[in-house]
Design a protein around this ligand. Structure first.
Ligand code: DMJ
Length: 676
């Protein structure tokens, strides 16, 4: 087309440089030296070219332009939306991607959506206790049951802090209730309605963790070196039990055998929730299998109502709460039902012993009395069983005991005698008062039931407050030379400066009461008493407390505060001091309590650890060169002592949060019934 037009133009008029230059090839133009690539030159050249076209040619070209323009408008409107969203998405991606200089993500808009935090809960990190310096972040409990790891912002409660700290869980609970999800802690899941319902409610199947909760996960608090040492101690104890006593009640670590009390795998059941809390997944699964296959209550065997309630029923209930595995609840219901014949007495004060296979109960052979601590320290467990099953018979039976004891005469300013008759329902052996054996956990359970029930049962609080006043009035004294405050005993008006190690539960209980709003002087007393309990270890040659001490009331040259009688110098690996150290550390944040516990753990390792596995009670805490091993590991060493050690060394207040759980007297945590 250009050639024809050029030829025609050449013939009609003299050649014009600019025109010629357009029709020539660039080489020719350059050769002619006339090529000018300026914008003005190009504009003029196009216009001339346009003018040279025929009208038809111009019309065709204009039509083509118009047609293309219409097509363009149509296609823009149909593609506009996706384009817009793609553009916005890219912007969003830019907002959420961190800006790393020099690094660009390839095709960020087409990356797969991120996985949810719990998409693979089966990936449970294994503990590696061999590497204490940088311990792994561990989610406690078997992976499939793990819900919420602990909070990142670990805070210790101080008395000044209390109001603020208490508000947190309440607010959190409110939000969780609104979402109709579950309240949970590290695998513990409590349905909100379950945690508030009265005993008449029906049991519900546990819920699986929702994806919403998974999103809510927080960074686990790492396990520290001291906690790793507890895990190591537990594994050593467990090795002995597994190798020589598997499925039996107690390990005899020296003779590499076992002893039987009820024939119900007492150590294994007592240790279940400890394994959960310590994160010992493999051990837990193995023990669970034993419960599935071998734990049978249909046995012609006499069990002690109190001991089997606090260790077996309590252990099964807390393991159910932590794991949400209904196996443990079913077993708890089974044993709970089998213990009920104990309450068929003329007074409704239960007998001490029950044959769980035959469904019969009886007092000990030599008396029709029961021990006061025993009949008043089964309430947390039976009440919880009623709440979970919806069957109020368990709670009714134990509440009746408490109501009856509340009205009884024979107390001394709230202090109770040690025995109660199952026929008459009256206290017997009047006039002897102790916070030690046979009475201890009566006081503990007054406070703890009040807390468990949402602080509404005033009679329990009244009895507790009165009893603490009774302790102050009749049982408190100070020793010489260190002026240690201790709790003695009263027998028919005579004060005895004797204190059982068992009494060392008291500082922890007093601190728990103060944390729950009871008078501040309870905390002061707790601080004084825990110092005394620590001295019961520190002043002894092995650094381990004897079963019973006598305090010196008068200064004597060369005498310490603590005296030990030959019959009392054994140590059964008991938990009470470590238990109280745990409460004291939780509520004060004072590291000295952790240090004291650490000393005690080291001394257990030094004097009671058996090289082939297990720990043993000893006969003589005063002889470091021969503490005389007794060849028995009590189940509470795993159920309580090591559990409280682990909790004491933790800085994670959500590791069994004391505003959500109350420990039974065997250290099995049960949920506090949150007020509706
Ligand atoms: C445990 O069985 C319980 O703590 C009980 O309350 C007292 N005795 C032992 C531990 O010492």
């Amino acid at each position: 087309m250009y050639s024809a037009a050029a030829a025609a133009a050449t013939a009609a008029s003299p050649p014009r440089r600019d025109f010629i230059s357009v029709t020539l090839s660039p080489e020719e133009a350059v050769g002619a030296g006339s090529y000018n690539n300026s914008k003005a030159w190009r504009r003029r050249s196009c216009w001339r070219k346009w003018k040279q076209l025929s009208r038809l040619q111009r019309s065709v070209i204009l039509f083509l332009f118009a047609f293309l323009a219409v097509c363009g408008v149509i296609s823009y409107t149909s593609m506009g939306e996706p384009w817009k969203s793609l553009t916005n998405k890219s912007l969003d991606d830019q907002r959420t991607e961190p800006e790393i200089p020099g690094l660009k993500l390839a095709n960020p808009a087409v990356l797969p959506a991120p996985q949810k935090a719990d998409a693979n809960l089966g990936d449970y990190p294994e503990l590696s206790p061999q590497k204490p310096p940088k311990p792994p972040h561990v989610r406690r409990g078997p992976s499939n049951l793990q819900i919420k790891p602990p909070r990142r912002d670990v805070k210790l409660k101080t008395p000044q802090d209390t109001s603020r700290v208490v508000e947190e869980p309440v607010q959190a609970d409110k939000e969780e209730k609104m979402e109709k999800s579950v309240i949970s802690w590290r695998g513990a899941v409590i349905e909100p309605d379950q945690s508030t319902e009265p005993p008449s409610s029906k049991i519900k199947e546990p819920e699986k963790p929702s994806s919403m909760e998974a999103e809510d996960q927080k960074e686990p608090v790492p396990i520290n070196e001291r906690q790793m040492a507890v895990i190591e101690a537990f594994r050593h104890a467990w090795k002995g039990y597994k190798d020589f006593a598997w499925g039996h009640d107690e390990l005899k670590p020296l003779s590499k055998s076992y002893s039987e009390w009820f024939g119900l795998g007492l150590t294994l059941i007592d240790a279940l929730d400890t394994m959960w809390i310590l994160g010992l997944k493999e051990e837990f699964e193995e023990a669970r299998k034993w419960v599935v296959n071998d734990l049978v209550f249909d046995k012609n065997v006499d069990v002690n109502l109190f001991e089997s309630t606090i260790r077996i029923l309590g252990g099964l209930l807390s393991t159910y709460h932590l794991s949400r595995d209904t196996l443990f609840l079913e077993k708890a219901k089974d044993i709970g039902n089998r213990l009920m014949p104990a309450f068929k007495t003329p007074s409704k004060i239960p007998y001490s012993d029950v044959n769980i296979g035959r469904g019969t109960a009886h007092p000990p052979r030599w008396t029709s009395d029961s021990t006061v601590a025993e009949v008043t320290s089964i309430q947390l467990e039976f009440r919880e069983l009623s709440r979970l099953t919806g069957d109020d018979k368990f709670q009714k039976a134990v509440d009746e005991v408490m109501k009856h004891v509340h009205t009884l005469s024979g107390k001394n300013d709230g202090l109770v005698p040690m025995f109660i008759n199952t026929n008459s329902g009256q206290f017997t052996h009047l006039g002897v008062y102790t916070l030690g054996a046979r009475a201890d956990s009566y006081y503990e359970y007054l406070l703890k039931q009040w807390i468990q029930g949402g602080k509404k049962e005033n009679e329990l609080l009244e009895d507790y407050m009165r009893a603490i006043e009774g302790v102050k009035k009749h049982l408190l004294q100070r020793s010489q030379p260190k002026k240690l405050t201790f709790v003695g005993e009263l027998a028919h008006g005579h004060f005895s400066a004797k204190m059982d190690h068992l009494v060392c539960f008291l500082p922890g209980t007093l601190a728990l009461g103060a944390h729950n709003g009871l008078p501040a002087d309870h905390m002061k007393l707790a601080e004084a008493l825990i110092e005394t309990c620590y001295q019961m270890y520190a002043q002894v040659e092995t650094g381990l407390s004897p079963e019973i001490v006598h305090f010196n009331l008068h200064a004597q040259k060369g005498h310490k505060d603590v005296e030990i009688k030959p019959a009392d110098r054994h140590n059964l690996l008991r938990p009470e001091t470590v238990e109280s150290l745990f409460y004291m550390y939780r509520f004060t944040g004072d590291k000295k309590y952790q240090d004291w516990g650490w000393e005690i753990l080291q001394n257990f390792n030094k004097y009671t650890r058996v090289p082939t596995g297990g720990y043993t009670s000893i006969n003589n805490v005063q002889n470091p060169s021969n503490p005389e091993p007794r060849d028995k590991m009590e189940s509470f060493f795993l159920g309580e002592t090591l559990k409280y050690m682990f909790l004491l060394f933790s800085d994670d207040i959500d590791l069994i949060n004391l505003d959500k759980y109350v420990f039974n007297t065997e250290a099995h945590p049960l949920p506090i019934w949150v007020p509706a």
